[in-house]
Ligand binder design. Structure first.
Ligand SMILES: Nc1ncnc2c1ncn2[C@@H]1O[C@H](COP(=O)(O)OP(=O)(O)OP(=O)(O)O)[C@@H](O)[C@H]1O
Ligand SMILES: [Mg+2]
Length: 239
């Protein structure tokens, strides 16, 4: 279980403190598929970075399975079983797709097992397995490879920041299928997805609505969706 207690995050801007997240309190149980949504700039990616340990909170604490992880760095948190897919994936020069999948799996993954993860994200494995993770990959390809690494990792808490960003409409269908499958196989791990997409919001166990750095609503899709739907983008409605 992930617990967030009185979490605030501020940055210094022009000599003044600018508060980005304000006193968040939240618990995510094992086995839950939680979607965080809210307008651009509401603090969703910041919250994900705090959970992952990329940023440190100004105050408050983060607990994972009862253990205080607030002072642990990103590597230590990864060891505890937390993984993260970025809104803008990182390119690793010199590393090939198969190496990245092996690193993620933490074992000497066979080529056929690595290929299965690529197929799951809709990439023709043969064409990608030996490709280097560099700027020759398109944004959508990179995003899919990153999702494949999270599938290979099987961590206890996976955080995806806008997995749909840069994915074309045709592949979006595939992406939904990946998340539906993850949800079916969730067992005692948890998945947190930051998304603006109604179809992803609809398959959530819980939706968390962030706005202006605070949690405005937290509930089931049945409770939260009626106030949001009716527009293509949840964000538009919220602004
Ligand atoms: N290091 C920083 N310095 C200054 N401002 C920051 C910093 N990090 C985040 N912000 C600001 O905090 C706010 C929240 O940013 P964040 O990236 O968390 O938003 P978001 O909800 O993920 O938005 P989007 O939907 O566009 O991805 C934004 O206004 C952003 O400009
Ligand atoms: Mg963001």
């Amino acid at each position: 279980m992930l617990e967030i207690r009185n979490l605030s995050f501020a940055v210094e801007e022009d000599g003044k403190q600018k508060e980005i997240l304000h006193d968040l309190n939240l618990a995510i149980d094992n086995g839950k598929f939680v979607v965080i949504t809210g307008p651009n700039g509401s603090g969703k990616s910041t919250l994900a970075r705090l959970i992952m340990g990329i940023e440190k909170p100004t105050s408050g604490s983060i607990l994972f399975d009862g253990k205080d992880i607030t002072d642990l760095d990103i590597t230590e948190r990864a060891k505890q079983g937390i993984s993260f897919a970025f809104q803008q994936p990182v390119r690793f020069k010199g590393i090939r797709v198969k190496d990245l999948l092996r690193l993620a799996a933490g074992k000497n993954l066979s080529i056929s097992a690595a290929c299965e993860y690529l197929s799951e994200v809709g990439l023709c494995a043969r064409d990608y397995i030996d490709r280097e993770i560099n700027s020759s990959l398109s944004g959508g390809e990179l995003k899919r490879i990153e999702i494949a690494t999270l599938l290979a990792r099987h961590t206890r808490l996976s955080v995806f920041d806008e997995p749909e960003a840069g994915i074309d409409l045709w592949s979006f269908q595939n992406l939904i299928r990946i998340f539906e499958k993850m949800r079916r196989e969730i067992r005692d791990s948890s998945i947190v997805i930051i998304s603006h997409q109604e179809r992803i919001l609809n398959i959530a166990d819980e939706i968390l609505l962030l706005s202006g750095g605070s949690i405005r609503k937290h509930g089931t899709p049945e409770e939260i969706m009626p106030g949001l739907v009716g527009q293509n983008s949840v964000c538009e409605k919220l602004q």
